[in-house]
Design a protein around this ligand. Structure first.
Ligand code: NAD
Length: 416
């Protein structure tokens, strides 16, 4: 049988497995296995060269039982309805897993922002919000940045929304630049939260992070900050990093700051001095203590899972591991920090940004990270505890906690 690689089908399979493990019946599965609302839009705009382009966009609003829905906006050529739905499901489990009072959503546009000018990006951002303004809002659904979107794009989106509603509404979006109501620490938050989990996991298996080897796939916001924090704060040896153009390796260590600067100048890490080029596939199979997929989904599958040679697999990316691969990682004794726990630092600080926006009082970076550490450590500990209780892997442990919280909120509202 072919392995399931469709992201939404994967998210449904995970949900179904978790429902079975925790003894929820089919009615509960049915109530949770599709988004509450899925909006598909079309954006037509004039490009700089005069050509007319039409883009397809989406917003999937998965579950609102625990609070306003929350989720990023991806701009990527491979974006799809299935992926956006899956990511909105994972956002629902994520906000529940770290126990912040939000639901789950996700958005996207099929496009290649790397080939677009600033004016084109701004037009696309504003058009997306004009199409979706009736469906989002500070108490309805709050977008944020994700793959290939950034604080500047959030600023244009915030401005467009505020023009439509004719009042300030900074909490309509998070990941904003600081002068527009962003939170200190937001740009590092996803990596920071993942690194708190890695610290806890290392403690559990008795791994000394000082000198521990780490390989990181994807050198964008999440991956590059993870590399810098692992090196700077814990003394890890970053032996390999990669991006969409390929990877680089040096067993004696890569300076993550030099790699980021090099990528800033050349748009890739490939070619950094004193490194050898490797492929993304080779990077995943390197012998190392910590492997961090921080790029796209379906990277660890039945094809390569038995070649994964790390002690801790910290999933900063969403959906990097298929359900089949999960079972093998568990059998092979690899400690997995599952995606919607590992990368929950971003949405947690987004929540802090919403809170700060509501009362217009802003915290220091130190306060943000102390609060984040508490949230992530608590979520990591309860995930591991549930996994042990159910004799399952950490992803199912995390699902069981999240399901209980979402179902509880739905029951209290009388939806179930
Ligand atoms: P980004 O756009 O900043 O960076 C993405 C990186 O992945 C880039 O370096 C790109 O070159 C690389 N990449 C793209 N295709 C690749 C491929 N085929 N092989 C290897 N590398 C490839 O995105 P990001 O915000 O860092 O997000 C990365 C992952 O982390 C995504 O799965 C995203 O959903 C997840 N995530 C991000 C956040 C956040 O706050 N940034 C929060 C939660 C989850």
């Amino acid at each position: 049988m072919n392995e399931i690689l469709d992201p939404f089908k994967i998210s449904q399979k995970q949900l179904s497995d978790a429902c079975k493990l925790a003894n929820y019946d089919n009615d509960i599965y049915n109530a949770l296995s599709e988004p509450e609302r899925f909006v598909e839009i079309k954006i037509t705009m004039k490009m700089d060269d005069g050509k007319i382009n039409t883009f397809k966009g989406f917003r999937s609003q998965y579950n609102s039982a625990r609070g306003p829905m929350k989720g990023g906006i991806r701009w990527h050529p491979d974006e799809s309805a299935s992926l956006v739905k899956a990511l909105s499901a994972w956002m629902t489990w994520k906000t529940a897993c770290v126990d912040i009072p939000l639901g789950g959503a996700k958005g996207g546009i099929i496009c290649d922002p790397r080939a677009m000018s600033n004016r084109e990006l701004e037009t696309l951002a504003r058009s997306y919000i004009r199409q979706l303004a009736d469906f989002i809002g500070p108490n309805i659904d709050v977008p944020a940045p994700d793959v290939y979107t950034n604080p500047q794009i959030m600023a244009w989106m915030q401005d467009e929304y505020e023009k439509i509603v004719r009042r300030h509404a900074p909490s309509v979006i998070t990941g904003k630049p600081l002068p527009l109501g962003g939170s200190a620490g937001r740009s590092i938050a996803t990596a920071k939260g993942g690194v708190y989990c890695i610290r806890e996991a290392a403690r559990d298996i008795g791994l000394d992070l000082n000198g521990a080897t780490a390989a990181i796939q994807g050198y964008g916001n999440a991956g590059s900050w993870a590399a810098k924090l692992l090196k700077d704060e814990y003394g890890c040896n970053i032996i390999a990093v990669s991006d969409s153009k390929g990877g680089i390796y040096n067993k004696n260590g890569i300076d993550p700051f030099a790699a980021a600067e090099f990528k800033e100048k050349t748009r890739t890490v490939v070619g950094l001095k004193e490194t050898n080029q490797i492929s993304n596939e080779e990077l995943l199979e390197l012998e190392c203590d910590i492997l961090v997929p921080a790029a796209l989904e379906n990277q660890i599958t039945r094809e390569n899972v038995n070649n994964i040679n790390c002690k801790i697999l910290a999933e900063l990316a969403n959906g990097p591991t298929t359900p089949e691969a999960d079972e093998n990682l568990f059998k092979n004794g690899i400690l997995v920090i599952p995606d919607f726990l590992c990368n929950a630092g971003g949405v947690t600080v987004s929540y802090f940004e919403m809170v700060q926006g509501y009362y217009r009082y802003f915290w220091t970076e130190k306060e943000v990270f102390e609060a984040l550490d508490r949230v992530m450590t608590r979520a990591y500990r309860s995930t591991v505890e549930q996994a042990k209780k159910y004799k399952t892997h950490n992803r199912m442990g995390a699902y069981i906690i999240s399901l209980e919280r979402v179902i509880d909120a739905m029951r209290l509202r009388g939806w179930l």
